[in-house]
Design a protein around this ligand. Structure first.
Ligand SMILES: [Fe+2]
Ligand SMILES: [Fe+2]
Length: 271
């Protein structure tokens, strides 16, 4: 069993950061920023969901994992919120209104959906971030601004560390495969839909940006690269849709121990 280390972080985000956080790739940069914007709404929802499930757990070790999962997620969204505040100062006036729709959605889910639905949503998200973590560790964070790379590398490392928790809680409390698949797919459609719409808005809010990056020809060239990156996620994501999927069988990627040591050393406090 891997360890789930709670690291209290204080990452540095320079005020003058360019929102094109991946060199020469505005579309991917904005998609990643939109993903970051989502997290201060989504991750508190995961924490609420897990807290609601806690009384139903009869395995004390899973209860301890759940507490560590919540503590890690609590750190994640706080660091992303600091980064997001900086991005909002860069001239995207509609972001606040778009984020407000997430706030409404996630509070509605907590209020109106049954616990089993919220647990399946949580696992749909966690299966996806585990896949993202694996691809990112295999491919690295080429061309990414160092502050953004630090944020995502630390976050995805911890997503990998706690990859079994939402799955185990779902299996323990619900354990219905077709339901996990159905709601998990909805979760991925819901959160990636936000990222797609928001990143498109960000691109369109600055018509000069596209020109600076090679006009329509540049965009077409980059779309091939984007598609290839997306396709590389598929071998990690598709198995999560099968009835025999379990995150317990996913081995620790190479180089992860070095990352764990790095972020242990950078943390203000670890528990
Ligand atoms: Fe997280
Ligand atoms: Fe997570």
């Amino acid at each position: 069993m891997d360890t789930i280390t709670v690291r209290q972080m204080d990452l540095a985000f320079p005020d003058d950061i360019d929102p094109v956080v991946i060199e020469g790739r505005p579309e991917e940069s904005y998609f990643l920023i939109a993903f970051s914007l989502l997290l201060p709404y989504l991750e508190p929802y995961l924490i609420r969901t897990m807290k609601e499930a806690r009384p139903q757990l009869t395995d004390p070790r899973l209860g301890e994992d759940l507490a560590r999962f919540n503590a890690q997620e609590g750190q994640h969204f706080r660091q992303h919120a600091r980064f997001n505040a900086l991005i909002r100062q860069k001239g995207f006036p509609e972001l606040a209104a778009r984020e407000a729709t997430l706030d409404v959605d996630y509070h509605r889910f907590s209020r109106e959906q049954p616990l089993r639905w919220n647990l399946a949503y949580a696992e749909g998200f966690e299966a996806f971030t585990t896949a993202m973590a694996r691809v990112s560790f295999e491919e690295g964070f080429d061309g990414m601004h160092p502050a953004m790379r630090e944020l995502f590398s630390w976050h995805l490392l911890e997503e990998f560390e706690h990859r079994t928790v939402a799955f185990d809680v779902y299996e323990h409390v619900v354990g219905d495969y077709p339901y996990r698949l159905r709601v998990g797919l909805y979760a991925q459609w819901h959160m990636l839909g936000f990222c797609a719409r928001t990143s498109r808005y960000m691109l369109e809010s600055d018509p000069e940006l596209l020109e600076r990056y090679g006009g329509p020809a540049g965009r077409r060239r980059r779309s091939g690269h984007q598609l290839r990156r997306l396709l590389r996620l598929l071998p990690k994501v598709l198995p999560t849709y099968t009835p025999w999927y379990t995150p317990h069988h996913i081995a620790m990627p190479e180089g992860m121990q070095a990352l764990q040591d790095r972020y242990d050393a950078m943390a203000i406090r670890t528990t």
